[in-house]
Design a protein. Structure first.
Length: 310
């Protein structure tokens, strides 16, 4: 650059006192341009490499993981190049870089003690990506929040819940990841029937509804296996609770569960199987021999309970 300035002066194109400032400005512009070109090239190389790797994977989860890691690498490259360009620009402005770097080490140590949570954010973020705990598009529960993963960075995870609310969870708060979208899911369904109903009949109806859903055009591809009946799960206050489950494709457990409940209600109504509502039977001084008639509280259309002696 000094040679360029001397050449300009010898040709009569010198700028007098402005020559030095002009050269500094030119150097700074070149540094910024080179940094911008380098960042663009490296980001494009990372993007092309990620696309090439993704084409080799048939697994959708591996493709999403490659996309997430590629985005994080592009972020790191941009930060590193920006820092290097900043140091070079300061050097061109006459600011001594060595004391700044030395002070940065001391300040960095102090910040490390004072901002341990921030440091932990980055370390935890690295392991989350390396261990493939979650990626974009997963539905997870972390730090008491659940939702769809929209973004994973080295500092935080961005979730959007069912209500559309966005949650930013710092990585240092993530101690347990519950991922509901890996490999397959189980749609666990509890169905209550009245105590007077036949349990075996109700289980047969549930199996029939399960077979119909497996043969359905819309829901069949979402279900990976036949309905699994666990049996009687609870003897609750007002109902016998029957439990079953479907093995389904990732993220399909909620749709399958809702459709099964819709169909089982129609099937129970068609077979006359009662889905109970809460009620209370009060026995006042009655013995097992039936010497006293119970007093039953009845609820009719949401009205106040009325007494019935039968």
């Amino acid at each position: 650059m000094d040679a360029i300035g001397s050449a300009l002066d010898s040709l009569g194109f010198g700028f007098g006192p402005w020559t030095g400032a002009a050269l500094v400005a030119l150097r700074i512009a070149l540094i910024a341009l080179v940094a911008w070109i380098a960042a663009a090239i490296l980001n494009r190389m990372i993007r092309l490499f990620r696309q090439r790797i993704a084409r080799r994977f048939d697994d959708r989860e591996q493709v999403k993981r490659a996309e997430t890691i590629g985005r994080v690498f592009r972020y790191v490259v941009s930060v590193v190049i920006s820092l290097l360009a900043g140091v070079l620009i300061l050097s061109e402005l006459g600011v001594s870089v060595a004391p700044i770097l030395g002070a940065a080490g001391v300040v960095g140590l102090a910040i490390g003690f004072g901002a341990q949570s921030l440091v932990k954010d980055y370390f935890t973020g690295v392991f989350i990506l390396l261990e493939n705990q979650l990626i974009n598009g997963d539905v997870v529960e972390i730090a008491g929040k659940s939702g769809l993963v929209e973004d994973v960075t080295l500092r935080y995870v961005r979730l959007r819940d069912y209500g559309g609310n966005v949650h930013y969870v710092p990585n240092n708060l993530i101690t347990t990841v519950t991922n509901m979208s890996r490999g397959f899911a189980q749609a666990v369904i509890d169905v209550g029937i009245a105590y007077r109903e036949c349990v075996d009949q109700a289980l047969d109806v549930m199996r029939a509804v399960g077979r119909d859903m497996r043969g359905d055009v819309a829901f069949g591809p979402k279900i990976l296996d036949d309905l699994e009946i666990a049996g009687v799960d609870q003897l609750a206050d007002s109902a016998v609770v029957l439990r079953c489950r479907f093995k389904v494709a990732p993220l399909q457990q909620w749709d399958v569960r809702r459709e099964f409940l819709r169909r089982i209600k129609k099937a129970f109504e068609a077979d006359g199987i009662e889905i109970p509502f809460p009620h209370v039977t009060v026995y006042a001084g009655a013995g097992k021999d039936g010497s006293s008639v119970p007093f039953r509280l009845l609820e009719v259309d949401g009205a106040a309970p009325s007494g019935d002696r039968g």
